[in-house]
Design a protein around this ligand. Structure first.
Ligand code: ADP
Ligand code: MG
Length: 290
């Protein structure tokens, strides 16, 4: 019967760490035309590490990291944790900061030793009036390597660049390939810059939409829905509205509480391949229903 087939599909999923909130979600997942993945913490591990420290000639590695750490101590962003970890590993004490602020999706700011300091995207630094000419070539190179370059601006001048890299999950490429075999298109949505997004996406075999603010992610989901059913996979950081707007929202195992509440399904243990398994489970279950 219909309910029995659904119930056995839901319990078969649960045994494999695929939690689905009900029959409607189970049915919809298999109809997906597109799966939209958040990048940071979903396709990647969400644990960036500082890979390059490039100070301006009048600045030392030490001072650059000290300024950056001072500003980042007020932020819970994964990039902030990476900067603080690198400073600590080098024995750099974090200087005190005041008037801490954030420009969402762009930068964090503070006053350090009486000077205005920001740490953020090259675009944000250039927009604030800092002369980036000296660093332009290096930033392009770092981003082409799939790294995120952030600029430390001290008193209006670029004091240097830090590069950070967040590794793709071990099964990200095979998980995307499995979706492709099922006839489902995969897209990456990221707030990161276009070159970094493209470098990561190229290795995984999916399309990329970059430089998206949380509202832009929402608009991308709406545009994709005009083509057909959309599954959005995310961790709830900057993507909870997009999870809610998709035909089916899927939280990854390490997801935040907000992701688990908002989503219609969850993949435990952070397996990207779990998304393709959800599509397969839905289709086999619906074949038994019909
Ligand atoms: P993602 O979608 O990859 O999680 P976000 O929307 O959180 O990206 O941030 C987009 C960009 O804004 C980052 O790649 C970085 O350039 C800049 N940014 C945001 N927060 C910070 C921060 N705390 N420190 C440095 N840069 C930041
Ligand atoms: Mg994010």
């Amino acid at each position: 019967s219909v309910p029995a087939a659904m119930a056995s599909g839901l319990s078969a999923g649960a045994r494999r760490g695929l939690l689905i909130k009900g029959g409607a979600a189970l049915e919809e997942i298999g109809a997906a035309k597109t799966v939209a993945f958040d990048k940071t913490g979903t396709l990647t591990e969400g644990r960036p590490k500082v890979t390059d420290v490039l100070p301006a000639p009048d600045t030392s590695d030490w001072d650059l990291l000290a300024y950056a750490a001072a500003v980042e101590q007020g932020s819970s962003h994964p990039l902030a944790k990476a900067v603080l970890a690198e400073a600590a590993a080098r024995g750099i004490a974090t200087p005190p900061a005041s008037e801490q602020g954030a420009v969402p999706g762009k930068a964090v700011t503070a006053t350090v030793a009486g000077r205005n300091v920001s740490v953020g995207s090259p675009r944000h630094a250039a927009g604030s009036g800092a002369d980036m000419g000296r660093f332009a070539g290096e930033i392009t190179r770092l981003e082409s390597e799939g790294k995120t370059a952030v600029v430390v601006v001290v008193g209006g001048a670029a004091a240097g660049v830090l590069a950070l890299r967040d590794e793709p999950r071990g099964d990200a490429a095979s998980g995307v390939a499995a979706l492709t075999r099922l006839g489902v298109r995969s897209v990456m949505l990221t707030g990161d810059n276009a070159r970094t997004g493209a470098a990561i996406a190229e290795g995984l075999g999916l399309d990329v939409k970059a430089e998206l603010l949380p509202d832009d992610k929402l608009r991308e989901i709406a545009a994709l829905r005009s083509v057909g059913s959309v599954v959005m996979v995310g961790d709830g950081i900057n993507d909870a509205p997009a999870l809610a707007a998709a035909s089916v929202g899927v939280a990854m195992g390490g997801g935040t509480d907000v992701a688990l509440e908002t989503a219609d399904a969850a993949v435990l243990k952070d397996r990207v391949s779990g998304v393709a398994e959800l599509v397969g489970l839905s289709r086999s279950t619906m074949a038994n229903v019909k």
